[in-house]
Design a protein around this ligand. Structure first.
Ligand SMILES: *Cc1c(COP(=O)(O)O)cnc(C)c1O
Length: 337
């Protein structure tokens, strides 16, 4: 194996030694299979290719000081994938298969788990696709589940440095009764043009408003939105956002740190009142936001150029639990034996 410079890692694909696969055929899930190939054989009529029957997950494994590898809230990801299966009519993947495949993929690629003090982690990407052929629009009869992994550094190149978001009213990511609450590729296809426009403008992501009225904050492309005002942790409640496991965890930790947690509709106008603003998700953990530019109204909201005190506390607390530096009192970590 080539030596990896753990501190230089960004967030990107890297080949590791093995991936784990499981096929659903003839009405049942097969045995887990180990593969060292990076490619799959897929029928050209697969529903994943034509009609977007595809869901993915993202979770991370961390190396502890004690040399033990911990996977953060794996069961939550397994359950969320089941929810996505219901949302786009895919065969529901049993939680045990999900968990067993994730554990196996991490164990088989142990040498790619970044060291404890590197600030990097092993990103785990489970993927479920409709692999059976259908040319009419209907759910496939065959599915393929794959888990692959890769070591990653920070998602945004700035790491835990504040970045800028942009609001565009002429783009929507997901409709209120659409698939925004499921982790499916289709939502991402729908966000590529706006995402690219944001990148070109020097922003790290788009902050979407609710698609119907454009009155409330939804989320930021691949991450949930939260804000701090006084002693409150405020995060949007919306039908079209993805329930982030990082956000769910931060809500618990915010409560523990003495903040009041408000999960509710967040009117756009409140952007002017927040002390701290951040984006949260597995990939970025917390990405503090220093500025939100409203491109339609040519208005900007500015926050600190340094991470805020509560964002920093929350970030440190979550990372400490994930790396095993603090007791895991909520039972969030699965130890890889
Ligand atoms: C995955 C994802 C998130 C973050 O969820 P986590 O469980 O915290 O990783 C947020 N928004 C969208 C749209 C996502 O797909």
């Amino acid at each position: 194996m080539e030596t990896i410079n753990w501190k230089e890692l960004g967030f990107g694909y890297m080949k590791t030694d093995y991936n784990v696969r499981c096929y659903y055929r003839d009405g049942k899930w097969g045995e887990l299979e180990i593969s060292s190939s990076e490619t799959i054989n897929l029928h050209m009529g697969a529903t994943a290719l034509h009609y977007g029957q595809e869901s993915f997950e993202g979770l991370k494994a961390f190396m502890g000081k004690d040399g033990r590898i911990r996977i953060f809230r794996m069961r939550e990801n397994a359950l969320r994938m089941q929810h996505s299966c219901d949302g786009i009519m895919m065969e529901k993947l049993p939680v045990e298969i999900f968990e067993e495949a994730v554990l196996k993929a991490v164990r088989l690629n142990k040498s790619f788990v970044p060291p404890h003090d590197s600030g990097a982690s092993l990103y785990i990407r489970p993927l479920l696709i409709g692999s059976g052929a259908e040319i009419g629009v209907k759910p496939a009869h065959e599915y393929l589940f794959i888990v692959f992994v890769m070591p990653v550094g920070p998602y945004f190149k700035e790491g835990f440095k504040p970045t800028d978001l942009v609001i565009y009213r002429h783009f929507d990511r997901a409709a209120p009764h659409g698939t925004g609450k499921y982790k499916v590729g289709g939502n991402y296809a729908a966000s590529m043009v706006s995402g690219q426009e944001a990148k070109h403008g020097g922003f790290s992501a788009v902050l979407y408003l609710d698609s119907k009225e454009k009155k409330y904050i939804d989320e930021c492309g691949p991450a949930n939105f939260f804000a701090i005002r006084g002693n409150s942790y405020i995060t949007p409640d919306s039908e079209s956002i993805l329930p982030s496991i990082t956000n769910k965890s931060l809500m618990v930790l915010a409560g523990e740190l003495g903040l009041t947690v408000e999960k509710r509709k967040v009117p756009y106008e409140e952007l002017a009142t927040f002390d701290e603003v951040g984006a949260c998700g597995t990939a970025a953990v917390i990405s503090p936001i220093k500025r939100i530019f409203d491109a339609d109204e040519n208005r900007e909201f500015v926050y600190g150029t340094e991470p805020g005190i509560w964002s920093t506390r929350l970030y440190n607390k979550l990372r400490a639990i994930q790396y095993g530096d603090e007791p895991d009192k909520y039972g969030w970590n699965a130890i890889v034996e």
